[in-house]
Design a protein around this ligand. Structure first.
Ligand code: PLP
Length: 387
């Protein structure tokens, strides 16, 4: 068996490190080189080596990344993109047509909502929002015959609502629609939607997959060859591919996903415990807490509960803003999923654009992306900031 065949039958961390790439036959390089080339010499007209003809269509550094992504999500094939939103746009144009309809989360990631509401809608793709935690609401939002995709995020941002992937897959499939799961928040280490019935997994690899806040990227992982063919055609036709250096960075990040996620979860659990006992905290939102409404479903479909923790403070918006301003080890900033801890005020930052709509988030809410620093330093920082 080759290293790669071995990897495909192995545990998660082995796949993360070995799937998708054989040490280079000529040099033995254990890491895929950054193939900074736009084109490839052909051995006679049409005589391509390994199928490579032009780097929009294929590049070996990107092929290695796509191989590992497919192995981690247990999909048929994976496709890498220049960003999460580029992946989403390519998917929509691959599987939807003008006049079609899509059900989206009523608390979708802001950029995803904007793509549906301000871009896809203009081209004739309609959407209805529904709460992912309410299977009946999702079923009711489906327009039989017209709905082609049920789009789910779980956990959602920033309130960490949980959707039951298995139940939602059967609702989508009963209506002849595809179930698409944005798995950015859980990462493939904590949750593998294709094994639960999803047809397509979307990632912003910018977050946990890359994991070091040094690269923007996206991915689609698909369950079957039919969708794979459509996505492959559109990936090449639309051209929103990552360059080889970006593909290299994301691939490098994925190798340590398992150990990073476990530390993200360890630290998040200790922070949840600390915040739950703090006098200035009125509510801690984390799917790992028994009182979280999605706890049972999260326990069924996730390995652990992730690195994002949201909480509300007793002192209203001003205290929430003060905590964000006073934190020092937690960096004030948007995004999530990197090794460094981040803190933000969703109402004024990531979710400012949904103020005044149904998607508005509480003003006293703070969101943490818990990093992998020494947990005592993170606890001390929060204690000071809440002080
Ligand atoms: C960041 C994010 C996206 C968008 O990805 P980009 O890489 O920023 O284009 C999509 N979905 C979720 C859940 C995200 O957090």
């Amino acid at each position: 068996m080759s290293t790669q065949e071995h990897a495909n039958k192995s545990g998660f961390e082995t796949r993360a490190i070995h799937a998708g790439y054989e040490p280079d036959p000529m040099t033995g390089a254990v890491i895929p080189p950054i193939y900074a080339t736009s084109t490839y010499k052909q051995d006679g007209v049409g005589g391509m080596r390994g199928g490579y003809e032009y780097s929009r269509s294929g590049n070996p550094t990107r092929t290695a990344l796509e191989g590992v992504l497919a192995a981690l999500e247990q999909g048929e094939r994976a496709f890498a993109f220049a960003s999460g939103l580029a992946a989403e746009d390519t998917l929509l144009r691959s599987v939807c047509r003008p006049g079609d309809h899509v059900v989206i989360p009523d608390d979708a990631y802001g950029g995803t909502y904007r793509l549906f509401d301000k871009v896809a809608k203009v081209w004739g793709l309609d959407h209805s929002p529904a709460a992912v935690s309410d299977v009946d609401a999702v079923r009711a939002a489906i327009q039989p015959g017209r709905t082609k995709v049920v789009w789910v995020e779980t956990p959602t941002n920033p309130l960490l609502n949980i959707g039951d992937i298995e139940a939602l897959a059967s609702v989508a499939h009963d209506a002849g629609a595809l179930l698409v799961v944005d798995n950015t928040f859980a990462s493939p280490y904590l949750q593998q939607p294709i094994t639960l019935g999803a047809d397509v997994v979307v990632h912003s690899t910018t977050k946990y997959c890359g994991g070091h806040s040094d690269v923007v990227g996206g991915a689609l992982v698909v369950r079957d060859l039919d969708i794979a063919e459509k996505v492959a055609f559109h990936q090449n036709s639309m051209g929103a591919v990552p360059g080889p250096f970006d593909a290299f960075l994301t691939h490098r990040g994925l190798k340590t996903l398992g150990v990073r996620m476990d530390r993200h979860c360890d630290n998040a659990e200790k922070i949840v415990e600390f915040l739950s006992g703090h006098a200035k905290v009125s509510q801690v939102i984390y799917p790992g807490l028994a009182e979280h409404p999605g706890h049972a479903v999260a326990s069924k479909q996730m390995k652990r509960y992730g690195g994002i923790v949201s909480f509300r403070v007793t002192g209203g918006e001003q205290l929430a803003l003060d905590v964000c301003g006073k934190a020092e080890v937690f960096t004030l900033g948007e995004s999530l999923g990197g090794v460094e801890s981040l803190i933000e005020h969703p109402g004024r930052m990531t979710h400012a654009s949904v103020a005044g709509t149904d998607l508005e988030v509480p003003a006293d809410l703070v969101r943490l992306s818990v990093g992998i620093e020494t947990v005592d330093d993170l606890l001390g920082d929060l204690d000071r900031a809440l002080g």
